[in-house]
Design a protein around this ligand. Structure first.
Ligand code: PLP
Length: 395
């Protein structure tokens, strides 16, 4: 007998991966220059030179220093560097012992969700549009994921719906800003209102309702937009971070969970994160990249290509009559389809070798996601195809 749940998860590829594989096949048939593949959030900007130099330097050290196990929670140099980086960047005091280093945001999220799954009644709330893997992560930890429908105009939070969704079993609300797939950054007023609501409902139920803040796009913002750092507004926050997108190293698998010392029960919560990570086998993230990040924690991302792509696509698509909220961050555009049916639009687009992801998996079936971490040339080539798709939509 095999675990049918695990079989279901492993045998069906996600819609995004499916499309990406399809794109690879089409490239081999019609050529790269004839495919516009906006399927995957795989950074197109090379990792900074400083990383390469650090890797090379570290490889000169005795192998036992670079390739051995570190502590389960990460090596001391990295945890100290993370604490300094957060303390210097935000209005907060972070300590090395507040960080659990993980294999990217995915492992950070599963560890945080595992830590907060108190019993079989536990619920987590996702705010649409949301990263589809949240469902699998929450359900695997034994909890239920409750989805709050999107505010499809601004892609901030629909507070009326959120208020109705919170209940005695709510353990945490998962927040992702800058957002995948909308690219929208929550404003300070949204974050303040969320903090007020959760503080009041925590009081009502006599237990903390946490925020799990999923932040792999924290530094990917354009035009000087500020991303409110949620622990500054709400102490009961668990931050899940990743270097996948900021430094273009998604394959290196490196990120962390940060449990601020002001969070209620913070030491027990941190130990529960460590325990959940241990149970999933996430001890000692890859040691070489831990040391690289310790040396490169302050290296900024190069945003020039993404910003150019965003401007070309946002301007081009809105001029063609498409609606999308202006993305201030990440590298995604979430576009309303003329037929109000993301699946149907994606199929039409696929016939023209334009690959975009249906919005249903993100909780918004009328939309599609464009992942613009691609060469700028792909964005330029795509606009006449989007024009044709609009023309043939019957609208
Ligand atoms: N959370 C969001 C919102 C994402 O977009 C992604 C990856 O695309 C992840 C988490 C997982 O990131 P990682 O590659 O660091 O595991």
């Amino acid at each position: 007998m095999i675990n049918e749940k695990a079989y279901g998860l492993g045998s069906k590829r996600s819609a995004i991966r499916e499309l990406f594989e399809y794109g690879r096949k089409r490239v081999s048939v019609v050529g790269k220059e004839n495919v516009c593949d906006f399927s995957l959030g795989n950074p197109s900007v090379p990792a900074p030179q400083a990383l390469k130099e650090t890797y090379l330097k570290l490889l000169e050290l005795p192998p036992l220093e670079t390739h051995g196990y570190t502590s389960a929670a990460g090596c001391d140099e990295l945890r100290a560097a993370l604490a300094r980086n957060i303390t210097d960047t935000f209005n907060t005091e972070a300590r090395p012992q507040d960080f659990y280093v993980t294999c990217g945001a995915a492992a950070a999220l599963t560890s945080a969700l595992g830590a907060l799954t108190a019993d079989e009644n536990t619920e987590f709330i996702a705010l649409a549009p949301f990263f589809p893997e949240y469902r699998c992560f929450a359900e695997t930890s034994g909890a239920k994921l409750r989805v709050v429908d999107a505010d499809e105009k601004q892609f901030q939070i629909d507070f009326e719906k959120l208020e109705n969704a919170i209940n005695i079993n709510t353990q945490a609300v998962i927040v992702n800003s800058p957002n995948n797939p909308s690219g929208v950054v929550y404003t300070e007023s949204t974050v303040k209102r969320l903090a007020k609501l959760l503080a009041s409902r925590s009081k009502e139920y006599g237990k903390p309702i946490y925020i799990i803040s999923d932040e792999p796009y924290r530094e990917l913002v354009y035009g000087g937009v500020k991303v409110p750092f949620i622990p500054e507004y709400y102490a009961n926050t668990v931050v899940c971070y990743s270097y996948s997108k900021k430094l273009s190293i998604p394959g290196e698998r490196i990120g962390y969970v940060y449990v601020p010392q002001d969070a209620e029960d913070s030491r027990r919560l941190f130990d529960a994160v460590a325990g959940a990570a241990r149970a999933y086998g996430y001890v000692c993230a890859p040691s070489l990249v831990q040391r690289v990040i310790a040396a490169c924690v302050d290296v900024p991302p190069d945003l020039t290509v993404y910003e150019t792509n965003r401007d070309i696509l946002y301007k081009g698509l809105t001029e063609l009559g498409y609606f999308c909220a202006k993305p201030d961050g990440a590298f995604y555009l979430f576009v309303k389809t003329p037929e109000n049916d993301g699946e149907a639009f994606c199929e039409r687009a696929k016939q023209k070798d334009l690959l975009v992801v249906p919005g249903a998996g993100f909780g918004c079936p009328g939309f599609v996601r464009i992942s613009y971490c691609v060469d700028t040339d792909v964005c330029i080539r795509s606009l006449p195809i989007f024009k044709e798709l609009m023309k043939n939509s019957g609208k």
